[in-house]
Each structure stands twice: as C-alpha cells, then as structure tokens.
Design a protein around this ligand. Structure first.
Ligand code: HEC
Ligand code: HEC
Ligand code: HEC
Length: 409
C-alpha cells in the first residue's frame, strides 16, 4: 500500500485524516516496514516528526543520508517471517527532485545495500518510489532483488512484470490500492510459488473484511466532517448576507439534498429525459455569462440555494448545480435511503416550486399548465412554448436560435 507522500504542506485537515488512516491501517495489517515518498523527505521537521511518530512500522530509507534518516529511519530491515528471513530496503528515484538526496550517491547506496543484504536473507524485497519505467532502468543494477513493490505512480499495475528474475508490482498512489506478493518456500528455502495481486482498497475488500469495515467507517467519518464544514461555511455566508437561516425553507427538516446522480440508477428513463432539459444545463449558462456568483440568480439556477444541505458554491457542493430533481421534488435523502419506499417525503405539490423560480420578473410568459405537461422532457415545449414568447423573457436568450424564432427541427 503506497503511503503517498502523506503529509504535505498544501494539504488540509481532510488529507491529514487520510494520512493518519493509512498509517493506522498499515499498523492494523501488521506492516513491518514503510518507505517514504520523495515529498515526505522535503517536509519541515515538525511534519516529518509527526509522520515518524505515528508510523506503525519501521521507516526504511536506503538512499537517505544518515543525517536525514534521524533516529527512526533505518537504512534497511531484516524481518523473520515463519522462519524465513526477509530483507527489506527502499529506494526513492532521485529523478523526483523534491528532496535533498545526493543523487550521485543514490545508486551506489542501492547497489551496496542489495549486495550486503542478499547473502543474509532468503527473500529480498525492494520498496521503490519511482515510475514504472524508472524501475526497469535500475533493475539492471540490482538483479539480486526478488521482488520490487512500487508506489507513487498514479495507477497501479494490474499484472506483474518480470525483469530478469525480479518480479515487479505497483500499488499505485495514496493508499487507494493494496498490492501484494503471495510467496511460498520449500524446506530448502527455494521459492516454489510467487503470485502477485492488486486490489482497490475500499469497503468491498474481500481479502480482509476487517479492513473493509474500517474503510466504511472512515468514509462515513469523512462525509460527516465535510458536511459539518460546509454547514459552517453556509452559516457564515448567510451571516455575511444578513439572512436569517431560520427564514429559509426546510431549516428544520431532518432530510437532506442528495443530488440527481443518486436518482439515476432507479429512475433511468426520467433521468435521461431530464438531462436533455434546460433545467439540467442551467448552471452552464450562468458560467458562460459570468454570472455564477450573482446572488440573485443563484437561487434559480441551483438546487436548494443556501438552504441546509443545499447548494452553497461550486467548490463545496458541485453536485447541486442546476435545477435538479430535488428542486421540484424536494429533499431526496429519505426516499433514497429507503430505496424508493418513502414517497411522502417528496414535495407533494411541485407546482408551487415552479412559480417560486418562474416569477413574473424572471419569466413573464411562463405557462405553468403547459410547462407541467413536459416537465421531464422539454424537447416539444421548447418549440411550441418558446415560439410564442416575447423577447422580454430573460429566458429567451438561453434557448437555441431556431427555437427562439419558432423555426427549426
Ligand atoms: C433505490 C431506488 C430509488 C432511488 C435511488 C430513487 N427512487 Fe424514486 N422511486 C423509487 C420507487 C421504487 C418508486 C415507487 C415506484 C414508482 O412509481 O416508480 C419511486 C417513486 C418516485 C417518485 C414518484 C412519487 C409518487 O408519489 O409517485 C418520485 C417523484 C421519485 N421517485 C423521485 C426520486 C428522486 C428525485 C430521486 C433522487 C433524489 C429518487 N427518486 C431516487 C425508487 C428510487
Ligand atoms: C422542473 C421540475 C422537475 C424536475 C427538475 C424533475 N421533476 Fe419529476 N416531476 C415533476 C412534476 C411536476 C411531476 C408530476 C407530478 C404530478 O403529476 O403530481 C413529476 C413526476 C415525477 C415522477 C412520477 C411520474 C413519472 O413521470 O414517472 C417521478 C418518478 C419523477 N418525477 C422523478 C424525477 C427525477 C428522478 C428527476 C431528476 C432526474 C425529476 N423528476 C426532475 C417535476 C420535476
Ligand atoms: C430552482 C428554480 C426553478 C424551478 C423550481 C423550476 N424552474 Fe424551470 N427553469 C429554471 C431556469 C433557471 C430555467 C432556464 C434554464 C436556462 O438557463 O436555459 C428554466 C427553464 C424552464 C423552461 C424552459 C424555458 C421556458 O421557460 O420555456 C421551462 C418550460 C420550465 N423551466 C418549466 C418549469 C416548470 C414547469 C417547473 C415546475 C415543475 C419549473 N420550471 C421549475 C428554473 C427553475
């Protein structure tokens, strides 16, 4: 599992949580050794210390100068597993120029360590922080290695590679996958089986149900934390705008907005018809007109603007851009949680929601009765309805030209 440059200066709380979780998982899974990423090395000492303190296993860093290793990082490690001696060492490709590693000496150190370890161990494993190509170059210098596990590449290797006698695998980056070699030795310590595997680390991780459970709890925790953060920002924004949060619809509702993607799987037909309507594309018009921060327009072009769990801004709540299912049907959390059984939670009179947006000012020619007939599929209404409109409607300019002039199709 790749550590993934766990702590970096640019990262916020969320990533720190992630980093801690990965370290904790490594501990729970009984990791013996951890290799650093190139960026980890360039961290200020305070961050580095935190990283070292929380590490569940031994840090190994062959190509670190002794002064960079501190007291916690070992150059290498020999671990006895079921009577088998496994040698572990690590290597950071000096091509990653984030650290103060003396690149001229790096390869020498690597080669020296491999030669020193080989006669002492039955199995020799190199943990390498480099690219798939970088590793092939370096393998020529250390042919005595049995296994190389790479990390730090964006995508994991789905199949192992063979370079000489060395088997190479890659766990990708940031602890998103776990890669492993299953090996078996006979009585003479000869390797009779070596198999590579890699798998996404999520709450569906069959190799270790306990890890899967931990993943689930972790993602719930992150979701909750994120929701808290968004809620805080929402209240701050309301405060700035001088709006009383209790004056907004649904301020005391236990339900939340979930976004139209959640409706997709069960209401496939409605969803795809809806996607072709101007409601589903409304926000892109705002962006095009550079109006995406216009406080007057945002309520009409987003779902649940400034309401609790509703749209706040593009960064925090991107899944609630546009006029979505829940703009008309109301908050969908309970309906989704009960897999469609809770129907009563969907707003019973969607007609009211139409005119909340299609006000006299905004859309003077709005024809509610006509609109309601075509609400999920407006291909036809756009032609019939829009043709008879006057250009006074602010919506007119959003409609395709042929529709506006009443011709076309
Ligand atoms: C797990 C499946 C599932 C998901 C997810 C789901 N629905 Fe439903 N929905 C149903 C089922 C089942 C019914 C009832 C049967 C029917 O009429 O289709 C239903 C009915 C409805 C109805 C009709 C209500 C009525 O009174 O007849 C609306 C409106 C609706 N869903 C909207 C949504 C919206 C909006 C979302 C997303 C926020 C959503 N659904 C997500 C399964 C789902
Ligand atoms: C612009 C408002 C609006 C949007 C957006 C919208 N709906 Fe509807 N929807 C309605 C109205 C109005 C009805 C009709 C209700 C009635 O007849 O009482 C309806 C009816 C439904 C029904 C029951 C009847 C049917 O056609 O099957 C379902 C299910 C439904 N909508 C799901 C969705 C889903 C899922 C989405 C998003 C992908 C969505 N709606 C988007 C307004 C909307
Ligand atoms: C959250 C605000 C909002 C709600 C609720 C809403 N609309 Fe809209 N509607 C819009 C916006 C914004 C557009 C313009 C999208 C664009 O930029 O093209 C639009 C466009 C339309 C159009 C196409 C343009 C036009 O006016 O001919 C129709 C028809 C329409 N809405 C009908 C309805 C109906 C019917 C309902 C209720 C079932 C409804 N809308 C609810 C915001 C809303």
């Amino acid at each position: 599992m790749d550590v993934g440059n766990l702590y970096s200066l640019k990262r916020g709380d969320e990533q720190m949580d992630e980093a801690r979780f990965i370290l904790q998982q490594m501990g729970d899974q009984g990791y013996d050794a951890i290799a650093m990423g190139a960026k980890d090395l360039a961290l200020p000492d305070s961050c580095k210390q935190l990283l070292l303190d929380e590490a569940p296993g031994t840090w190994i860093g062959t190509n670190l100068k002794p002064e960079d290793r501190g007291s916690v990082i070992q150059p290498h490690l020999i671990q006895k597993v079921d009577g088998v001696k496994v040698g572990l060492f690590s290597w950071i490709d000096p091509a990653y120029n984030f650290n103060r590693v003396d690149s001229a000496k790096v390869l020498d150190n690597l080669v020296e360590t491999a030669r020193e370890l080989r006669p002492k161990v039955d199995v020799l494993v190199l943990l390498a922080h480099t690219s798939n190509r970088g590793v092939e170059d370096v393998m020529e210098s250390v042919p005595e290695v049995d296994f190389v596990l790479l990390g730090g590449n964006a995508s994991p290797m789905m199949k192992e590679k063979l370079a000489g006698q060395t088997l190479i695998g890659n766990a990708g980056d940031r602890g998103r996958h776990v890669a492993w070699f299953d090996i078996e030795l006979d009585r003479n310590k000869q390797m009779v089986k070596r198999e590579y595997g890699v798998m996404k680390l999520d709450h569906d991780f069959p190799r270790r149900p306990d890890v899967a459970q931990a993943m689930l709890e972790f993602s719930d925790m992150l979701t909750e934390k994120k929701a808290d953060k968004i809620e805080k920002e929402r209240l701050a924004k309301l405060d700035r705008l001088g709006i009383n949060p209790f004056s907004l619809p649904g301020h005391d509702s236990p339900l939340s907005y979930v976004g139209d993607n959640e409706c997709r799987a069960c209401h496939t037909d409605v969803y795809s018809a809806y996607k072709a309507t101007p409601h589903a594309r409304a926000f892109s018009n705002l962006i095009r007109e550079r109006e995406s921060n216009n406080e007057e327009k945002l309520p009409k072009y987003t779902t649940g603007y400034l309401e609790k769990t509703g749209f706040l801004n593009r960064i925090h709540t991107p899944r609630l851009m546009n006029v979505q299912c829940e703009s008309c049907h109301g908050r969908g959390s309970e309906h989704v949680r009960t897999e469609g059984k809770a129907l009563e939670t969907l707003r019973p009179d969607p007609e009211n929601s139409c005119v909340a947006c299609h006000t006299q000012d905004f859309d003077p020619d709005f024809d509610l009765e006509e609109g309601l007939k075509h609400v999920h599929n407006m291909a036809d209404i756009r032609l019939d309805g829009a043709a008879s409109r006057t250009s006074s409607s602010p919506l007119q300019k959003h409609l395709p030209k042929d529709v506006r002039s009443g011709k076309g199709k």
